[in-house]
Write a new protein. Structure first.
Length: 379
């Protein structure tokens, strides 16, 4: 066969393939909403028609006998039927996988998709199933976390409403008594009103601090801070409160540790932890505040009490805003005490994390210990 004949055959074949491909694309557009199996059959049929049309056009340029054409068309017909049948089988398998994945996703059973990874027809569907399964796990964790956050928010609103209502009711009662002139010692009532106002102010300050932490607007002024000096000042400030309850509040540990921190916010962390221990500890028990160096080089501030410890099931929630323990940590001989941390421990965690540190809690014999890990700074 000469070169011009080869070029002519190639041109006719290209023309037939172009026409068959165009008709196939037009059919696919018309069947855009049809099943995947039918569209795969159209692709296979377009391929067979393209090949058969190219051969038939080439036969007009080449002297094929009638017998040769009959053999060719027979081969093309059988091959076309087999190709279309294989396309139908593949399309049906893909449709089955598609229905399975879609049904699992629609029924919120995405995590079950990976239960039988060998059921999928190809690597792409298996990878998609794996991604959907991982997404299902993440969505379940997010829903659980969202549920916990919503529960914490409701608890926070309930406790804050209760804690605000109590001092407000007291202030109102004392103001009415003063207004009616039924008070023998007005100065005592004035002092009590001022104390209740200070309590409300502290709660509002805690709410504002917590909102800044959650909004990411907490601004820190970092500088080298002597942990011994900071803890000593905090212990001295709270010593009268501890003495009033006959508590042994003392400092132990190293005196030369320095951390890069905001002294005001870090003092708030230590104060909240110590005050939490003071409120929960029974009279006569010790509260030990210490500063040590961890094996990895971090500075550790620890507050250890003997208030009975925290139930293991509650250890993971003590730093949630508004959470309070279901049972008090105080011994049985102290009725009327309420357990839990309110906002103080949530603020502690937010401030410590803003310092790129970590705060953990664990029980020991007779009580619990809070450890604040901070990046150490050379003295």
């Amino acid at each position: 066969m000469t070169v011009p004949e080869l070029l002519a055959v190639a041109g006719l074949t290209l023309a037939c393939a172009t026409v068959a491909g165009g008709l196939g694309l037009l059919t696919l557009r018309l069947l855009a909403r049809a099943s995947l199996m039918l569209r795969l059959i159209v692709v296979a049929a377009a391929t067979v028609v393209s090949i058969a049309g190219g051969m038939a056009s080439a036969a007009s340029l080449i002297n094929f006998s009638a017998r040769d054409l009959t053999v060719f068309y027979s081969i093309a017909a059988v091959s076309g039927l087999i190709s279309i049948a294989l396309a139908g089988v593949l399309g049906r398998s893909l449709e089955r996988d598609q229905r399975y994945v879609g049904a699992a996703a629609a029924s919120n059973r995405v995590g079950e998709i990976s239960a039988s990874p060998d059921r999928h027809t190809n690597h792409e569907f298996a990878a998609l199933a794996g991604e959907l399964a991982a997404s299902g796990v993440r969505l379940a964790a997010m829903r659980e976390r969202e549920s916990q956050i919503e529960g914490s928010r409701r608890e926070l609103v309930a406790w804050i409403s209760h804690d605000l209502r109590t001092p407000l009711a007291g202030i109102r009662a004392m103001a009415e008594a003063l207004e009616d002139g039924m008070v023998e010692d007005p100065d005592r009532y004035y002092a009590q009103i001022r104390g209740q106002v200070d309590r409300l102010t502290g709660m509002v300050d805690d709410l504002f601090a917590l909102s800044r932490i959650h909004a990411g607007t907490l601004q820190l002024t970092l500088e080298p801070v002597s942990l011994y000096d900071l803890i000593s000042d905090t212990v001295a400030d709270l010593a009268p409160v501890a003495t009033a309850k006959s508590l042994d509040l003392r400092f132990e540990g190293e005196q030369g540790l320095t951390a890069l921190a905001d002294p005001r916010e870090l003092a708030r962390v230590v104060g909240n932890l110590v005050m939490n221990a003071v409120q929960q500890s029974p009279p006569g028990s010790p509260i030990v505040v210490s500063a040590t160096e961890h094996a990895d080089g971090r500075a550790v501030i620890s507050v250890q009490d003997n208030a009975g410890g925290i139930p293991e099931s509650d250890l993971g929630r003590v730093f949630e805003a508004g959470w309070r323990a279901s049972s008090p940590r105080t011994p049985p001989d102290q009725p009327g005490r309420t357990g839990g941390a309110g906002l103080g421990l949530a603020i502690v965690r937010g401030i410590v994390e803003a310092h790129r540190g970590e705060v953990v809690v664990h029980n020991h014999e007779g009580g619990c210990r809070f450890d604040v890990f901070l990046p150490a700074h050379p003295a």
